[in-house]
Ligand binder design. Structure first.
Ligand code: GTR
Length: 401
C-alpha cells in the first residue's frame, strides 16, 4: 500500500519503471489465434480460460447451490432517509459466513438490477448508518485487527450509494475478508481452510474472493427484489482484479467493471511498467496460484496477457477505468489490454472499444468496452460511479438485458 501511495509522485519506486521509453517491445499473444468466426469462439475461450485458471488465478472448487444456507443478521430497515431499504443476509458456505449488505430502492415495483462489489474493511465502513452490522472477523489496519465503531462510514467517499439508488439499482456489498482474510497464512483460514492447502494450480485468495461473489449471485438468484440477470460486478484495485476474474469465471455476471485494477488485473504484465509479476507475487504471495510465480521476472514467457482475461468477458459489457496518478497500476497498459480484447468483441458482433488512441484524461469512451482515465490518484470517486451508472443504464436497464 505504501508503494501504491508513493506512485502519486513522478518517480518510480527504486527498481521499477515509469518510463515509456524503457517498456519492452510488446509481442502479445493473439486472443483469436486462428479463429475467424463467432461460432469458434467458445472453444478458444475455454482454452484461454483454462490457461489463466491453471497458470495464474488457480482453480476454485465447484459449489452446489443447494448447499447455500441463509440467515439474517437483522430485520430490514429504512435507509437513506427512507429512500432505500437495507437488508443483511448472511450466507453460510463452506465454513464461511459471508455477511451481505444489500441496499435497494424503496420505490421499485419490479426486481431491480444491481451492482455487487466487495469492500476492503467491513460493511460498516461503507456508510455511517448505525444499523449496519460491524464485522467480527480479522480486518487490516486497525488495532488488534478488530473492527469497531471508529471505522463506521470511513470509506463512504468511495460508495456513491445515493446515485446508485437514484438510478434504480441495488448495491450489494460484502467484506472480502469474510471469504478469505487478506494476509498470507498458508491458506489455513478463510474458505481455503474448508478445502485444504491448494496445489500449485488451485485457487489463491483472488480466486477465492471471486468464488465468494458467485455464491452471492447464487443467493441473489433466489431474492425476488433483485434481478440476478442484471448484476454488474465491480471492484477497486485488488478487488478489481477480483471482479475481472469473477466476470471471467462466472458468465452470469451481466457487466464487469475494473477500477484501477493494475497488475494482475487489467494491466498488461509484459510491459513491466509499475508493479511487476515478481513484485506482486512477493508482496502478496497468497493472491495468485503458485504456478504464477514461475513467471517472476519472466513476463516474456507468459503464454497469455491480461487482454485475454478481458476477452473472457466478451461479449458482455466491460468497463476498464484507470487514474492518471495511479502509475503503479499502469494506465496505458490497462488501455492497451482493453484494446487487445477489442478484436474478440468485434468478432462477436459488438462495437468493442471504439477508439484506437488512448483517450485524454477525463474523456471517457463508451462502446461495448468502455475506458476512462480519470484525473487524480488510486481511488474510487463519484466521477467513476457516474460513468459506471451511465454505462449500466445503457446496457442493463431493460429487464433480461
Ligand atoms: C497495492 C498492490 C496493487 C493493488 C493495491 C490495492 O499494494 O501493489 O496491486 O492491488 O495494493 O489493492 O490497493
Amino acid at each position: 500500500m505504501l508503494i501504491a501511495m508513493a506512485t502519486a509522485s513522478n518517480a518510480a519506486p527504486k527498481g521499477f519503471n515509469y518510463d515509456e521509453a524503457k517498456v519492452p517491445e510488446l509481442d502479445l499473444p493473439d486472443p483469436l489465434k486462428d479463429i475467424t468466426d463467432a461460432k469458434s469462439w467458445p472453444a478458444r475461450r475455454t482454452e484461454i480460460f483454462t490457461m489463466l485458471e491453471d497458470q495464474m488465478f488457480g482453480k476454485a472448487p465447484a459449489f452446489e447451490k443447494k448447499k447455500l444456507r441463509v440467515t439474517h443478521q437483522a430485520a430490514d430497515s429504512p435507509f437513506l432517509g427512507g429512500k432505500a431499504i437495507l437488508s443483511q443476509p448472511t450466507l453460510h458456505v463452506a465454513g464461511c459466513k459471508i455477511h451481505l449488505m444489500i441496499v435497494r430502492p424503496v420505490a421499485a415495483d419490479d426486481a431491480v438490477p444491481a451492482f455487487i462489489a466487495y469492500n476492503f474493511r467491513g460493511n460498516h465502513t461503507v456508510h455511517p448508518d448505525p444499523a449496519i452490522a460491524i464485522t467480527g472477523g480479522w480486518v487490516p489496519k486497525v488495532k488488534n485487527n478488530k473492527a469497531s465503531e471508529a471505522q463506521r462510514g470511513q470509506s463512504e467517499k468511495r460508495w456513491d450509494i445515493s446515485a446508485i439508488i437514484k438510478n434504480g439499482y441495488a448495491l450489494v456489498t460484502a467484506y472480502c475478508g469474510d471469504v478469505d482474510p487478506d494476509f498470507h497464512d498458508n491458506f489455513k483460514n478463510g474458505v481455503h481452510a474448508n478445502y485444504g492447502k491448494p496445489t500449485p494450480g488451485e485457487w489463491g485468495t483472488i480466486a477465492a474472493w471471486a468464488w465468494g461473489l458467485s455464491r452471492a449471485l447464487d443467493y441473489l438468484e433466489g431474492n425476488p427484489a433483485i434481478d440476478a440477470t442484471r448484476v454488474a460486478v465491480m471492484g477497486h484495485s485488488r478487488l478489481g482484479k477480483t471482479s475481472l476474474w469473477a466476470g471471467a469465471s462466472d458468465t452470469r455476471f451481466a457487466l464487469v467493471i475494473s477500477n484501477n485494477s493494475g497488475c494482475g488485473g487489467a494491466a498488461l504484465s509484459k510491459r513491466r511498467f509499475g508493479e511487476t509479476v515478481q513484485r506482486i507475487n512477493s508482496s502478496f504471495p497468497h493472491w495468485f496460484c503458485d504456478n504464477f510465480k514461475n513467471y517472476n521476472n519472466k513476463e516474456d514467457k507468459l503464454p497469455f496477457d491480461q487482454h485475454m482475461l478481458l476477452a473472457l468477458v466478451a461479449p458482455r459489457p466491460l468497463y476498464v477505468a484507470s487514474a492518471e496518478g495511479d502509475r503503479w497500476a499502469d494506465p496505458r497498459g490497462e488501455f492497451l489490454a482493453a484494446k487487445g480484447a477489442d478484436p474478440v468483441y468485434r468478432l462477436l458482433g459488438t462495437a468493442g472499444l471504439p477508439t484506437d488512441k488512448m483517450p485524454a484524461v477525463d474523456t471517457p469512451v463508451h462502446g461495448r468496452i468502455a475506458y476512462h482515465i480519470r484525473s487524480g490518484g488510486h481511488d474510487v470517486t463519484p466521477y467513476d460511479w457516474g460513468q459506471y451508472l451511465a454505462f449500466a443504464n445503457k446496457h442493463l436497464k431493460a429487464p433480461g438485458r
